[in-house]
Write a protein that binds this ligand. Sequence first.
Ligand code: NAP
Length: 471
Amino acid sequence: MALHRNAAAVFVGQTVDMAYISTNPTTGEVVATFENHTEEEVDALVGLAATSFATYRHTSFEDRAMWMRTAAETFEGELPNIAAVLTEEMGKTFNAARGEVMKCAMTMRYYAEHAESMLMEQSIATSGSRSGVRYDPLGVILAVMPWNFPLWQVVRFAAPALMAGNVGLLKHASNVPRSALLLEDVFRRAGFPNGCFTNLFLPASRVAALIGDDRVAAVTLTGSEAAGQSVAAAAGHALKKCVLELGGSDPFIVANSADLERAVPMAVTGRVQNNGQSCIAAKRFLVVESRYDEFLARFAAEMDEVIVGNPMDPATGVGPLVSAQQRDEIAEQVADAISKGAVVHAGGTAVDGPGFFYRPTVLTGVDASMRAGSEELFGPVAVVEKVRDLDHAISVANATPWGLGASVWANDFAEQEKAIAGIEAGMVFVNAIVASTPELPFGGIKRSGYGRELSSVGIREFCNAKTVFVA
Ligand code: NAP
């Protein structure tokens, strides 16, 4: 594979005949380009993964944990350099990038410590002398991953999967090749045997064929619905296990008993985190009428105050969107809403100049006839809607095709319980924004996907839950 690292800077608009392109969204400059692996190279790398699995599956939890902890140490020890790659490659603030790297390290340590107990054989009393379930690794797992958390999305899969004795093949998004190589390098340097974690520079069009490869046991995808449909279809055709983490339009519900002192700043964080490009970002703010005016005024004012600019500057709250295309997409969704009668309370425009910046925006008066009312908003744009009461909020929250997460703000116990039981989503967080954490399962329902990552539920997704019975 040829690697072309910053040989001569080229700029957006120029044709670059390379499949994997790392562009700095703050400047628009192309930083590095990489060719796709050839069919022969992919074949050899998949073969290496399969061979590696045959021996790796028999390694001890102790050895795997040692390698995993070493990988965590590398993340911690090289924190500023690794974080800078994320900021340079997809525009998240350096603060956020540091947080992502540390979260990866923490999660690696968590699975190094807990994987063995999560996968311990479970005894179930029957007429036999021994009976229950044991968890064996499945094999070579293909991970198709997105650019928005270029390390975290991968580690969220890889830390549990490798600790369970599986090996991983990574097909990362085509705009984050440096993150992909960095991950492969960290796992290799940590001591994982060759072939345990392999990066493939592979176009999306070749993923379905790879899923059909007999040496691949299962696939996980984090990304868009369209990609999910394609991967699920290929996995279905090949009859292989598949986990899908797709998009969402998570509600942020402000109930009667909400504490606005806490809710408003977290509403801002929930919407603008990762420059607005998070699947679990709060996207629809459903506020009961008794709290609506106060919430809207405070929320719009705080969104307006968020500093947009250089992601390396610690004062910056929102850096650039990942690409010109993503910035234009969000601008078109907002313009469409405004043209059909939506009201802008903050932002509403892109920032001129180089880089792909869009101002934190608050809209009201959005309905389903508008793109902003029917599509996922993958940028720092919030839609605020007045609802009569909590029951109404829950029914509006549920009236979407998605069901990833939901954030509910209520101090009253009865309101909390009603929301937890009533919301159709994979995750409900009360008086907190939705977040992933190594201890808890992560995933959605409806068009947000199926299966779970993290926790004992997630680690078992790529295990054979083997029934054992000894008479
Ligand atoms: P995307 O276009 O679906 O890309 C994600 C990955 O899928 C990339 O590696 C991409 O490769 C690959 N891909 C795209 N089309 C494919 C196809 N037809 N077959 C096989 N692979 C395909 O998604 P994105 O725009 O990068 O990410 C944003 C979306 O991901 C949003 O909807 C967001 O909500 C969702 N997301 C969900 C979660 C979650 O945990 N639920 C987390 C983060 C993001 P290429 O780059 O080569 O096209």
